[in-house]
Ligand binder design. Structure first.
Ligand SMILES: Cc1ncc(COP(=O)(O)O)c(C=O)c1O
Length: 409
């Protein structure tokens, strides 16, 4: 493995990348750790040409030199390939005639558990196996848990998941179906996390919690590798992605950053983070140039449960993703999110849950500020089948407006 160190996102202190290191000694739990790679050594062991010879359908194992996992034994590689994680379609959905934008959707709704989170869960399971841990645990708004449950079933691992009681029904059922041990928490996602961390102290479990485990970003970054490869290494001008805890957007940035360091791409895309108006910690901090190191939580309220976060755990990395890429945060309200669920389904055949639809709503909101002929990628992060209640609410809103919303994006 080509990981050299872990680096505190706040003070920059370097730590040895050992099995038990999750957070900076001085700045836990506020600042997460960044995984630092030796790009020189990576360049000696893989090139774009080598990568292109590996069949695209093999998923994220194709990028093994860039992942934080110890050399994969053939057994493990076969198992990983059998999981079919990654290799998701990049679909050109339309040319927006007025803006002359070319818009692509990276469709991660087709991942095994129906969300992008599978890219991270598999890393957690492989790391748990490296450390001979028998149980992997996560606190989640629902998708990270469903993902861990699904892939644990595939990889012969046990899992324990902490989810708020009021998570969408389908997500809770998904976890039950895959056989995880479920702790339904009477409270928010942040309450679930608190309970999970507490229990982790007393058990020999592997911790998959986003925004604590530094390696989760490193699985999510493979979405950027695929986008770059699918566009023949011509980086898009903008990538739109929804933001809750900030781990997915951090992964998107890290993926493009890795490729840039390896000289496989010649520039970075502008990364646009979309937050729900009722859960806009990062949007507000970025707009008001507020110190994100403070621990002042908000009271998040939005129909998009997956991006509802009182205090985004990966806020340092998310902030870096947007500021270093010259991007921006955008906020959209629940009505815009619900409208987007229907519009995008009817224009593209991709059914998104609210958090995923938020990124489309974000593009729609700022598309007039984006220069003509830009190439845009919108990441669809989670399937609409996970939250039929809000899909139905979206239809009710549509009916109340008495419009068919076709072709209005
Ligand atoms: C479907 C979906 N979209 C977006 C997000 C936001 O990701 P993050 O919390 O890493 O910002 C999540 C997180 O749960 C999700 O499940």
């Amino acid at each position: 493995m080509f990981v050299t160190h872990l680096k505190c996102m706040y003070c920059g202190q370097l730590f040895e990348a050992n099995d038990n290191k999750y957070l900076c000694d001085l700045h836990q739990p506020t600042a997460t750790l960044d995984v630092i790679f030796d790009y020189k050594k990576i360049k000696q062991s893989i090139s774009r040409d080598t990568l292109e010879k590996r069949p695209f359908h093999q998923g994220i194992s194709r990028y093994r030199e860039l992942l934080p996992i110890k050399e994969l034994s053939y057994d493990c590689l076969d198992q990983l390939n059998a999981c079919h994680i990654g290799s998701t379609p990049l679909i050109k959905i339309f040319n927006d005639n007025k803006q002359q934008h070319t818009v692509f959707v990276k469709d991660d709704t087709v991942q095994p558990s129906g969300s992008l989170k599978d890219r991270a869960s598999i890393i957690a399971i492989l790391k748990a196996k490296e450390q001979n841990k028998k149980i992997v645990v996560v606190a989640s708004t629902g998708n990270a848990a469903a993902s861990l449950s699904c892939l644990s079933a595939r990889m012969g691992m046990q899992s324990v998941v902490y989810i708020p009681k009021n998570a969408p029904k389908a997500k809770i059922i998904q976890n039950k179906i895959f056989g995880s041990k479920i702790k339904l928490i009477n409270g928010s996602y942040n309450d679930a996390l608190y309970q999970c961390i507490n229990d982790l102290d007393h058990n020999d479990w592997y911790n998959r919690c986003t925004g604590i485990n530094p390696y989760m970003t490193e699985g999510k970054k493979t979405v950027a590798y695929e986008i770059a490869e699918q566009l023949n290494w011509q980086v898009p001008d903008y990538v739109f992605v929804s933001v809750g805890d900030g781990s997915i957007i951090s992964g998107v940035y890290k993926g493009f950053y890795d490729l840039f360091q390896l000289s496989w791409i010649n520039c970075m895309p502008k990364i646009i983070g979309i937050q729900a108006k009722g859960s806009s910690y990062l949007y507000t901090a970025f707009t008001n140039k507020k110190n994100i190191h403070d621990k002042e939580a908000i009271n998040a309220q939005t129909c998009a449960d997956s991006i509802s976060s009182n205090l985004p755990l990966d806020r340092h990395k998310a902030y870096r993703a947007v500021s270093n890429s010259c991007g921006q945060f955008v906020q959209v309200n629940d009505e815009q999110i619900l409208d987007s669920i229907v519009e995008i389904s009817r224009q593209t055949g991709i059914f998104n849950e609210p958090a995923s639809a938020a990124s489309f709503a974000g593009y729609k909101k700022i598309k007039f500020q984006i220069k003509p002929k830009s190439r845009i990628v919108i990441i669809a992060t989670g399937s609409g089948l996970k939250d039929l209640e809000n899909a139905n609410n979206a239809l009710n809103v549509l009916e109340s407006k008495n419009t068919n919303l076709i072709g209005v994006m």
